[in-house]
Design a protein. Structure first.
Length: 153
């Protein structure tokens, strides 16, 4: 099978029309094992597709909290739809954290067009973000009042 992947597929007008024409009975509701998640019961339709000679698994997902359906493509045939969706959601959390860090440290205002500079800036971003979190935890520990011991009263 080679390298396993999960990716989003662009919502083309043809795919959106195909999704809209699916009967409600074609969808199945699954429960995601993430208790803190607001949208835990998405509806999923799964099909096999062939793109550029590759046989892939395509999932249409509705009720994830987005206006339009999410379309996942993967070559992983053994994982359940529930595990694929949960894994992709975890990956999105990491990407969102990096995006927030880019905005916080203004790394998107790069000073050079050299590719190496961009990679180095991303490394600095991750290091700076980690150091910032360590500093914040240290400050919280210092600023939090500690409980009085019975011998101090």
């Amino acid at each position: 099978m080679g390298i396993s992947f999960i990716t989003l597929r662009r919502r083309s007008p043809a795919l959106l029309k195909e999704i809209a024409l699916l009967p409600r009975s074609a969808w199945r509701t699954i429960e995601l094992d993430v208790p803190t998640r607001k949208f835990r019961f998405p509806r999923v339709y799964e099909q096999k597709v062939s793109l550029a000679g590759c046989h892939l698994r395509q999932l249409f997902i509705q009720d994830l909290g987005h206006d339009e359906p999410t379309i996942l493509l993967t070559n992983q045939r053994l994982l359940s739809a529930k595990k694929l969706i949960t894994r992709y959601a975890q990956r999105m959390l990491i990407e969102n954290a990096l995006s927030d860090a880019v905005r916080f440290f203004h790394i998107d205002a790069l000073s050079s067009s050299v590719g190496l500079k961009i990679d180095f800036d991303m490394v600095l971003l991750v290091v700076a973000s980690g150091l910032y979190r360590i500093l914040a935890k240290g400050c919280a520990a210092i600023l939090m009042p500690r409980p009085a011991k019975s011998s101090e009263i």
